[in-house]
Design a protein around this ligand. Sequence first.
Ligand SMILES: CC(=O)SCCNC(=O)CCNC(=O)[C@H](O)C(C)(C)COP(=O)(O)OP(=O)(O)OC[C@H]1O[C@@H](n2cnc3c(N)ncnc32)[C@H](O)[C@@H]1OP(=O)(O)O
Ligand SMILES: O=C([O-])CC(=O)C(=O)O
Length: 370
Amino acid sequence: MSDTEIRKGLDGVVADTTAISKVNPETNSLLYRGYPVQELAERCSFEEVAWLLWHSELPTPDELAGLQETERGNRALSDDVRDLIDKTPKTTHPMDVVRTAVSLVGAQDPVADDASEEASLAKSVRLLAQIPALVAYDQRRRRGEDLVPPRPELGYAENFLHMTFGEVPAPVVVDAFRVSLILYAEHSFNASTFTARVITSTMADLYSAVVGAVGALKGPLHGGANEAVMNDLEEIGSADRAEDWLDEALANKRKIMGFGHRVYKKGDSRVPTMKSALDSLVEHYDRRDLLDLYSALEEAMASRKNILPNLDYPSGPAYHLMGFDTATFTPLFVASRVVGWTAHVMEQAGDNALIRPLSEYNGPDERHLS
Ligand SMILES: CC(=O)SCCNC(=O)CCNC(=O)[C@H](O)C(C)(C)COP(=O)(O)OP(=O)(O)OC[C@H]1O[C@@H](n2cnc3c(N)ncnc32)[C@H](O)[C@@H]1OP(=O)(O)O
Ligand SMILES: O=C([O-])CC(=O)C(=O)O
């Protein structure tokens, strides 16, 4: 063995610079292009945040109107994408449907390989508009429901909910959804974003980077945790069972979904904002029982392991209350994070170096065929 220090999982390794977001575990803060995410969640639409992440500044009214027009004009699924979704077995995980459908959306773009900034922005807006349509349709067809066409007079969050449920829910629900999308949009060099940057570093196209990122987000150690949280809460059932369930899970060396974070060790900066959105939903739907269960598991986890919730912990039950199927939660994360991924694709392409680390070989010594 050489004395090279190997940081398993690249833990603590600074791989490059980025101007897109700053995650500060010391101050528990998250800045998008310098703005605290809490301020953006309080005051901005998701479209404004998307523009900010892509262009470094918030949009002027004209710029916002232009983005809205293009996004709204790109919402309808092509017949081919719809057919593809229809042909995918209902046993397929919705993340696999997103991965496959995004791949076809890319294959249908005649300028998929144009790496200019203008083309990359156009592709990013196209994905922003298409992903809600395919996520919403996939949930509907699994429930035996027909496609609901987009409504061009609705903003992004309202239209997403309208395409999923066939109606725009109460403002408190739309607002909680908008907040979740803003909080999920960007988080520096997390695993899926880093995947997108690795793919971009080979000079592959933006769609390839996004398809790879969707795959990386699916795992329960990353985006897949929001649906896993809901499965755990349902398995526990009620607040009075939380401690026993946790003790057994920990004894069996289970990772408790929605808790812990590679970077934040003193709490995830986004949790208080999402928890407050969850509180409003609990009140709106009169589901105090779910909040009690949520709090009981959180308290038990703090007392047993001193490990705090990450964003997926409040998001899981929030999406459940909004009416989404549990397996659709991670695709909702995709719909939001595609903005961060594509911002990173453009940043990586703008100052590219092939990402190719070294490994230390620990296999057999050289040997020969006898
Ligand atoms: C939006 C997001 O993607 S946020 C992340 C979503 N993922 C999850 O919620 C999955 C559950 N959480 C985890 O698995 C982890 O906390 C991760 C993967 C997020 C971060 O993990 P790492 O930075 O690699 O920390 P690591 O896994 O080494 O944890 C350190 C210690 O805390 C323990 N730990 C960390 N998180 C958890 C957890 N959720 N449940 C139980 N124990 C945990 C580990 O077992 C380990 O203990 P040990 O030192 O006794 O072996
Ligand atoms: O930063 C991470 O490793 C995971 C995370 O919270 C995110 O991607 O939002």
